[in-house]
Design a protein around this ligand. Sequence first.
Ligand code: CA
Ligand code: CA
Ligand code: CA
Ligand code: CA
Length: 397
Amino acid sequence: MILTVCGRLAGVRFAACAVPLAACAVPLAACVVLLAACAVLLAAGSARGNGTWETHAFPHHAVVRDLDGDGLSDVVVCNAGAGSVTVLLGDGLGGFRERAHYATGRGPSWVDAVDVDGDGTLDLITGDTGDVGMTVYTGDGRGTFGARRTVEGYPGIGSLVARDFDGDGRGDVAIVQPLQERVVILHGEAAGTFREGAVYDVGAAPHILGPGDLDGDGRMDLLVNSLVDASILWLQGQEGGGFAPPRPIAVGGHPHYRVHGDWNRDGRRDLAVTLASDGAVGVLLRKADGTLALSESYPVGVNPHGLTGADVNGDGHRDLVVANRTSKDVVVLLSRGDGRFVPQPAVSTDEDVIAVEVGDFDRDGRVDLLLVSASSNQIIIWRGLGDGNFRPMPRPS
Ligand SMILES: [Ca+2]
Ligand SMILES: [Ca+2]
Ligand SMILES: [Ca+2]
Ligand SMILES: [Ca+2]
């Protein structure tokens, strides 16, 4: 009963976050307090069967990486309601051989993995919505993490991206602070500490910060959606690890996750974005002059949020997979390779899936899905059939 209430609280709270982020920061903070007790209760157990794996309360964002160097897909999830991250080490059979939780600051909204200190192993970083900043865990290269450190002075982190922006072999972090309306670049140092670099004013209600070499020049760019301007800001990566001032790209109502790919195969990288208030995925194609413009908008469901790109049917074209939070379903949009997509029938999740990622968890060469459920505090693995369809991952016998 208590678990059900906790799960519902998390789901409902964050459903409300689909609209303005300014309103989002407060419910999320309240959620942390409300759900803290639930976290303890949810810690027991690991696999629920049928491809589902428990996290802690209110899983919010996940990344798929090989954390232990065995060539298999592992998963890190940050649990905003519990103040923790869950690390799941893949078994290559569609499941996970090990699961561990690590405490973070209050309300971790985002997680990434990068080699902060340049010792050759991936470290974990969470951006916390509380009043401190980031939590960093040093990885040992075998999938376990120790030496928790807090990077103070950056309260209310909405999301982050960890990459080696300046090419010095040590991971750097870009964070977005919605209330301060800024993106801050933090450069990793040999001791595993960070030095503050450039700060970019990105205007009101910046939300999800994401990486991507949008112009294909080999340098990492940053993209951040603005919930009030119905736009995406593009910070173009420059020589030396800096970024050009943000340039807005008009997209439409309440953009959330986005991915890039060359949808029309003209050699220029294009963009796709979930538009929550339009219930659609917007596809933007890059013109010869370098500008991006909305080309098509595909209705996909109610409150689309998570989005990822991968060739799910093996035809060589990168497809899109979107998770709709309120209609509780997943829609695959198969790319035709000419800039247009063919939306497939929605498949029910019966969950508030807040994020979707891809990996080949069973090593059959086909793309599988990782769904992050904010309503039932678990991740769900769907096995890719290779034709654009997915089924719950069976438990290995
Ligand atoms: Ca660096
Ligand atoms: Ca293109
Ligand atoms: Ca395809
Ligand atoms: Ca697979």
